[in-house]
Design a protein around this ligand. Structure first.
Ligand SMILES: NC(=O)c1ccc[n+]([C@@H]2O[C@H](COP(=O)([O-])OP(=O)(O)OC[C@H]3O[C@@H](n4cnc5c(N)ncnc54)[C@H](O)[C@@H]3O)[C@@H](O)[C@H]2O)c1
Length: 344
């Protein structure tokens, strides 16, 4: 059965959604876009034209379009400040809702949305697309295999200088809220641990073209005494890291590094004598061929599976709030200069 979807928020990211929906086998047949909504009607119109959606209802009033189309699904691709009202409208109309990240602009808002989804008996999931990237899943399997022993530390570096323009250059805590959430979520996924507390230094470095918080340095305590450190900047000109961060996982027997692109290196202790024992390289098993690692398309497919199977999606709101809590804990710590306990 084809599900009817309304997409709300027809800006830059909506084009990525439409490409994923159109070009991914299985999705194109399973979902029909019946409505496009944007406060700026011309944005909705141009998305309709770009993807040949001649039958879709185009409008500026989400309630009205949901009413008219009787959609099963709402795809929420609006800017973060508009998120809560948009998700709430979708759930009120009986839609399952897939939202862009971040899932809310505060933990209170996130809790309210989880409660609304529960009451409505609908699925509410978040596009935490970067946890579906092959390298992230490969690291998780490697940690689970025990090849580097007990995990003790996860360390991520993220240094890039994108000149986006638009809402990001005006928002507060831009790196933590708009980008670091991906790495925080991935660290939670890769380690399989719970975030317990955080200390964070957030700055807007000299020369920054953002209004606030283009750089953050955070130290998290995870369960089982695992340390997670994040050093990031969105105004670091020069040779950049990967968008996935450069990773170093430290275990009781050895370490794994991933450059965020193709290069994995795993080593355990060597057999030398004296101060340093040297190291011995070990294999990092390649990803299985059938793995679902296609960013947005994988998140949408997981969302559809959840609707069909009744099992929660991997990025369900009630789980994703733990990653959001890491972000808000870091923001609170940066504001107060004190470590902050992470409570969901
Ligand atoms: N998952 C990812 O990798 C990823 C990448 C980029 C952006 N995003 C997220 O996608 C979301 C949108 O980002 P973007 O870059 O497309 O922004 P954008 O500014 O290009 O587009 C947002 C659109 O939403 C519309 N809008 C705002 N409020 C609305 C409302 N109440 N009702 C209807 N339309 C409304 C705006 O008019 C605009 O056209 C953000 O939450 C962003 O963080 C995610």
């Amino acid at each position: 059965m084809t599900l009817k979807a309304v997409l709300c928020g027809c800006g830059a990211m909506a084009h990525g959604w439409m490409r994923a929906l159109k070009t991914t086998p299985g999705l194109a047949e399973a979902i029909t876009i019946v409505g496009l909504v944007d406060l700026d009607r011309s944005a909705a119109r141009s998305l309709a034209e770009a993807f040949d959606l001649t039958d879709a209802v185009v409008g500026t009033d989400l309630d009205r379009v949901l009413e008219e189309t009787r959609a099963d699904l709402l795809f929420d691709v609006v800017v973060p400040v508009a998120r809560k009202a948009v998700v709430a409208a979708g759930l009120k109309h009986g839609c399952h809702v897939l939202s862009e990240k971040p899932m809310a602009t505060s933990l209170e808002e996130a809790r309210e949305l989880i409660a609304l989804a529960e009451t409505a008996g609908r699925i509410h999931a978040v596009v935490q697309n970067r946890r579906f990237i092959s390298g992230i899943r490969r690291m998780r399997r490697f940690v689970e295999s025990g090849a580097i022993g007990e995990l003790t530390g996860v360390h991520c570096d993220f240094f890039i200088a994108p000149h986006f323009g638009g809402f990001r250059e005006q928002m507060e805590n831009v790196l933590l809220l708009d980008m670091a959430i991906h790495t925080f979520d991935a660290a939670r996924f890769v380690s399989g641990k719970r975030p317990l507390s955080v200390y964070c230094l957030e700055t807007n470095p000299a020369g920054s073209w953002y209004a606030h918080g283009a750089s953050a340095n955070a130290i998290f305590k995870f369960s089982d005494d695992v340390a997670f450190t994040y050093r990031g900047s969105w105004c670091a000109e020069g040779r950049r890291t990967s968008w996935e961060s450069a990773w170093r996982l430290v275990g009781s027997k050895g370490m794994l590094t991933w450059d965020g692109e193709e290069a994995f290196e795993a080593t355990v202790a060597g057999t030398g004598e004296g101060l340093l024992r040297g190291h011995r390289a070990i294999d990092v098993p390649p990803p299985p061929r059938e793995e679902e690692t296609h960013g947005h398309a994988s998140v949408i497919a997981d969302f559809l599976n959840a609707i069909r199977s009744g099992h929660p999606p991997e990025t369900a709101g009630f789980d994703n709030i733990k990653s959001l809590a890491m972000v808000f804990g870091a923001i609170e710590s940066a504001r107060t200069g004190q470590p902050v306990a992470i409570q969901v």
